[in-house]
Design a protein around this ligand. Structure first.
Ligand SMILES: O=C(O)CCC(=O)C(=O)O
Length: 361
């Protein structure tokens, strides 16, 4: 299989949705076991991922308080148990967050020709896209997206970011700067919670040379939401994800045992989740958890997923400090470049990749 081009002509889901079709094409119909209509078990019906207030936990880049700090303890618990949490009072400007989300909504509502000039290929995935994975005949998700690099600096190319709406490029730059700062603070908190020096995880990720990219997801209205998904179940391949959801339209579901919990977004919060690289580095003390997105017939949905990843060519393996006789290293070392080829080729597939890596005991 070649990552040079898509195996079939690209169909924009938004165009399908706007064409007024009453039934979705077979390409988008999921097998019954993957559909969103599976009822939640009563024990998780009212559950929601933890909401954590970061007020007063840091000054600038400095994290205040040690592992005994109640907020750090909450974060530690959330990383071990849910793999997901929402943060409020996180230091990123809420006005900028809202403006950024609205600019992207505007981008997706531009005429098709304006978006097509950014059409992406599976070679880098940068630009305007409508599928993940290059398997011919694969069942597809009900969404379009835009993917771009912010870091490393050598991959940042403003020409690959949308020129319209006119404020978009400037907003992307400022938003990404602020979200990278927040991610850096979270990395410190996670290091401390693992009993490691506060710069430990950042150093493992390559220090200043981390990777950071943004995927903006657009989920158009869907005439048969019960038959499909906006994004199939997956765990994120990278380090940490900071998601800015659509405030008014829930859609993200997080796996909880055999059930799925629909996240209720808190205004101006980020939804943070642990990615596979963090699961590997922490030797599975922290868990990357499967999630997926459901769609609906009444409202479109926009979300911005910011991925904070290790430098792409350094080997990531369980931290020796977290490997013991009782808990041997669960994963072999692998670079993120090697690791992400799996999702880029096969598309989203639950947790199959990180699980398949587990070293035989
Ligand atoms: O749209 C969402 O809520 C989640 C998006 C997501 O999981 C992703 O982009 O990887």
């Amino acid at each position: 299989m070649s990552l040079q081009s898509w195996p079939e002509p690209v169909v924009r889901v938004q165009s399908l949705s706007e064409s007024g079709i009453k039934a979705i094409p077979d390409r988008y119909v999921k097998p019954p076991s993957d559909r969103a209509s599976i009822v939640c078990s009563p024990s998780v019906k009212d559950a929601n991922i933890p909401i954590i207030d970061l007020e007063g936990l840091f000054i600038g880049a400095n994290v205040l308080g040690g592992p005994g700090n109640p907020t750090l303890r909450q974060i530690n618990e959330a990383c071990r148990d849910w793999g997901f949490f929402q943060v409020v009072n996180h230091g990123v400007d809420p006005k900028l967050m809202r403006a950024m989300r609205e600019s992207w909504r505007e981008f997706f509502h531009l005429p098709l020709e304006s978006k097509q000039q950014y059409a992406n290929s599976p070679c880098t995935y940068e630009g305007y896209g409508s599928r993940l994975g290059i398997e011919k005949g694969a069942v597809l998700d009900w969404s379009d997206y835009y993917f771009l690099h912010y870091m490393p600096q050598c991959l940042r190319s403003h020409e690959k970011w949308p020129a319209l709406p006119s404020s978009c490029r400037e907003q992307i730059a400022e938003y990404s700067k602020q979200v990278v700062e927040l991610s850096g603070r979270l990395m410190k908190m996670l290091s401390l919670n693992l009993g490691l020096p506060e710069d430990f995880l950042q150093r493992c990720f390559g220090g200043e040379e981390i990777g950071a990219c943004l995927r903006v997801n657009f989920y158009p209205k869907c005439p048969q939401p019960d038959l499909t998904l906006g994004l199939s179940s997956h765990s994120d391949p990278g380090g940490l994800t900071l998601l800015l959801p659509d405030e008014n339209v829930p859609g993200l579901q997080v796996r909880r045992g055999e059930s799925w919990v629909t996240v209720d977004p808190v205004p101006d919060a980020f939804i943070v989740n642990i990615g596979d690289q963090m699961q590997v580095l922490s030797n599975a003390i922290y868990r990357s958890v499967e999630h997926r997105v459901i769609v609906n017939s009444a409202k479109e949905r926009v979300s911005l997923a910011f991925f904070y990843n290790p430098k792409s060519d350094i080997p990531i393996a369980p931290a020796p400090e977290l490997v013991t006789e009782d808990r041997p290293a669960l994963y072999p070392a692998m670079t993120f470049d090697e690791y992400r080829l799996y999702i880029r080729t096969k598309g989203p597939r639950g947790k199959s990749q990180v699980e398949s890596l587990k070293s035989p005991r």
